[in-house]
Design a protein around this ligand. Structure first.
Ligand code: NI
Length: 461
């Protein structure tokens, strides 16, 4: 009696074990037959689940309201090192973390079992004013140390409001401002040789209609609103900066820099009117102690805007005139320091001529010039590739420096007149100042509006 139950229970145990095994087998077989057809089988050899990771979070070294996050996994086949930033605010952080999570998932799914994979994310933080930050996340995927994928992701964070801001919000959903930004970008790209590889992209097509989604890759700093565009060649991405002073008025008020209202690169209130006829008057080689003030007085009389291509050494002598040019709504452009023939200079000398002049203009006016005119119109590919600003030439030469005759200047400026003309004059010769009243009266009578070079560029593409 005492042994029988023992035997019986052992038998029972054996029976239930075999039943369990058979059940397990059926479940396993059933799984293979019933599993979703798109569920990958082979990838199970790679860590198809996310590897163990170590996450550290410390206060950002430079910006106290941000956190530096390092997320690393050190396993054999799918290691990664992700450096990004968090804000301490729940909604922005959820969006950033979602992006990181998706990156990791995609990386592990795409990883090849037979090779050494690697994923890195590096993050650049660009501050704007006191409490705005652009986060640029650069993702790179390597296989056997060869880059197989690369991607940039942009976030713009408003720390005061603790929210992420889209480009559409940055421009207060204003379609007209989007149009202006697109025009400024297209003009910039069309004129600068360093953007040659962008001229073939869809963005530059003549019938292009701007869409908000084309401008999501942006950063904002105290100097520039910069967009990144993909090219069809190397480098695969190009940054195109627009000076903050050219776009400040296009931003929603919450994001504007409190700039003095004097820079007239492009007047944001300026209405694009294709039906109007326009010319850009340009005055070179000044400012001059007596001629420039007379030119400015006459321009004011006709409410006409002009562009002054100044020499740095003269700005240094007459900073108050440079200041007056800008404060009266005219554009000021760089025309070098000593007026040399640039193609005969070394790279270093060219840059010196250019940089000294830009610095003198900023020093005198607080305004950074956005166009450049090479002395004598003399330039070549080397000069153009060295200098960051487009060279502005002219379509009508009054030859005022040669004949020094007011009547001839009036005649030249009036008889060759055409729409979108850029007229070359010099505010260092008295007869030119004397001719200006008559020139402007003629332009007005002929229905032309006098605009700055940068405003004219908005039309001419
Ligand atoms: Ni000149």
């Amino acid at each position: 009696m005492s042994q029988k139950p023992t035997l019986n229970s052992r038998k029972l145990q054996i029976q239930s074990l075999s039943i369990l095994s058979v059940l397990a087998l059926f479940i396993t077989i059933g799984y293979f037959f019933l599993r979703e057809p798109n569920e990958p089988l082979s990838k199970t050899t790679v860590a198809n689940v996310l590897p163990e990771s170590i996450i550290t979070q410390i206060q950002h070294a430079q910006y106290a309201e941000l956190y530096d996050v390092t997320d690393t996994a050190d396993n054999a086949t799918t290691p990664y090192t992700l450096r990004y930033v968090l804000t301490g605010a729940s909604l922005p952080d959820a969006l950033i973390e979602d992006y990181i999570k998706e990156l990791k998932k995609q990386y592990v799914n795409d990883a090849e079992a037979s090779v050494q994979n690697n994923l890195t994310v590096q993050t650049t933080v660009i501050p704007y004013q006191q409490s705005f930050y652009s986060f640029v996340l650069h993702k790179r995927v390597l296989q056997q140390n060869v880059q197989v994928a690369s991607e940039m992701k942009y976030f713009f964070y408003d720390a005061a409001e603790q929210k992420l801001v889209t480009f559409k919000q940055l421009l207060a959903h204003d379609e007209a401002h989007l149009q202006t930004i697109a025009t400024l970008l297209r003009t910039t790209i069309a004129q600068a040789p360093q953007y040659a590889s962008l001229q073939q992209v869809a963005f530059m097509a003549p019938n292009y209609v701007p869409r908000w989604s084309d401008f999501e890759q942006f950063t904002l700093s105290d100097e520039a609103l910069t967009f990144t565009f993909a090219t069809n060649s190397t480098p695969a991405l190009l940054d195109v900066p627009l000076p903050i002073k050219a776009v400040n008025d296009l931003l929603a008020p919450a994001y504007q820099l409190p700039l003095p209202k004097m820079a007239n690169v492009v007047d944001a209130t300026y209405v694009l009117d294709e039906t109007k006829k326009r010319v850009a008057l340009t005055f070179d080689d000044g400012p001059h102690a007596t001629v420039t003030p007379q030119v400015l007085d006459t321009l004011r009389k006709y409410d006409a805007k002009a562009t002054f291509y100044v020499l740095g050494n003269k700005v240094q002598v007459h900073p108050e005139l440079a200041q007056r040019i800008v404060s009266e709504g005219h554009e000021i452009g760089n025309h070098t320091w000593t007026h040399p023939n640039l193609v005969r200079l070394s790279d270093e000398e060219i840059l010196n001529e250019y940089n000294r002049t830009t610095e003198a203009i900023i020093e005198a006016t607080g305004y950074t010039p956005s166009t450049f005119r090479p002395p004598y119109g003399s330039t070549n590919d080397r000069v153009e590739s060295l200098l960051p600003l487009p060279s502005v030439m002219w379509s009508i030469d009054t030859l005022d420096w040669k004949h020094r005759n007011a009547n001839t200047t009036v005649y030249k400026a009036s008889t060759m007149l055409h729409n979108n003309a850029i007229i070359l004059m010099h505010d260092i010769h008295q007869p030119t100042a004397d001719a200006l009243d008559h020139v402007l009266a003629n332009l007005q009578a002929a229905g032309f509006e006098c605009v700055t070079v940068s405003e004219l560029n908005m039309y001419v593409q």
